[in-house]
Ligand binder design. Structure first.
Ligand SMILES: [Ca+2]
Ligand SMILES: [Ca+2]
Ligand SMILES: [Ca+2]
Ligand SMILES: [Ca+2]
Length: 256
């Protein structure tokens, strides 16, 4: 009986020692893992992996657009720029991962208002070339009737700012109107399409775009009534697909 108890006790001791070893071992593994996560400065979002999102975070926090934060200055040289994003990218865990294009709006800034009719230029900043890929870029806009128009195509591009003018035709000079535009960048692996908006200055009833709603706008509408000439949406100020006396009444109501 006593002997049996001793045997049982020694078995328990061995089990206890094994359990302690397992627990301390797993603590050790956990601690090592945590330390390596803490130590990996390239994992700027601290999710345990170094991938596109870390490089992207560094890029969108570069000095030219965000206040300096040493977290993103991975080469510790006092500024955050393309080199830091590139360094994070070259230390990614999966070296087969492709860096998708990043397109940011430069001008007119997204959701801006009081934009000239038409704006002088549409500009985007494309960041894509960490792997030295070349990419093709197009900048497009939607007319007020929803038709998408490619304004300019650029090919074999590298990182940088790309701009194109907006035509001065009637479709692009409606006052007090939200225009949607955007860009598409593609290489052989990925493509990215982004869209932005801006709202034009002035009044929808100022059809001659001279800053006033007055008798001259009425003359213009009368001259462009769709019974006489090809329909032109600029003069259809109530958007009923016709240019007629009802548009003139709208202008009269909104005279300056
Ligand atoms: Ca990460
Ligand atoms: Ca740096
Ligand atoms: Ca006018
Ligand atoms: Ca109308």
């Amino acid at each position: 009986m006593v002997k049996n108890m001793k045997i049982k006790n020694s078995k328990n001791c061995i089990m206890l020692v094994i359990i302690m070893m397992v627990i301390s071992g797993s603590n050790l593994v956990l601690a090592t893992k945590l330390n390596s996560m803490e130590d990996n400065k390239y994992d700027v979002n601290s999710d345990g992996v170094v991938n596109f999102f870390d490089a992207y975070l560094v890029w969108i926090n570069r000095d030219s657009v965000a206040p300096y934060n040493p977290l993103y200055d991975v080469n510790d040289n006092g500024n955050v720029n393309f080199q830091d994003a590139g360094l994070v990218w070259s230390n990614r865990d999966d070296t087969n991962e492709n860096f998708p294009p990043i397109i940011t709006c430069i001008k007119p800034s997204n959701n801006s208002s009081d934009v000239l009719r038409p704006p002088t230029n549409l500009s985007v900043d494309v960041f894509f070339n960490i792997e030295n890929d070349k990419f093709n870029l197009s900048i497009f806009i939607y007319k007020p009737n929803g038709e998408k128009v490619i304004l300019e195509n650029f090919s074999n591009c590298t990182n940088g700012i790309y701009s194109c003018p907006v035509p001065s035709e009637n479709e692009y000079i409606y006052g007090d109107t939200t225009y949607r535009w955007g860009a598409n960048a593609t290489d052989s692996f990925n493509f990215t399409t982004v869209e932005f908006e801006y709202k034009t200055c002035g009044s929808r009833y100022d059809v001659d775009n001279n800053g006033k709603v007055d008798i001259f706008d009425i003359f213009q509408i009368w001259k462009h009534r769709s019974r006489k000439v090809t329909y032109d949406g600029l003069f259809d100020v109530n958007s009923d697909d016709k240019v007629n006396f009802i548009d003139i009444i709208q202008v009269l109501i909104n005279l300056n």
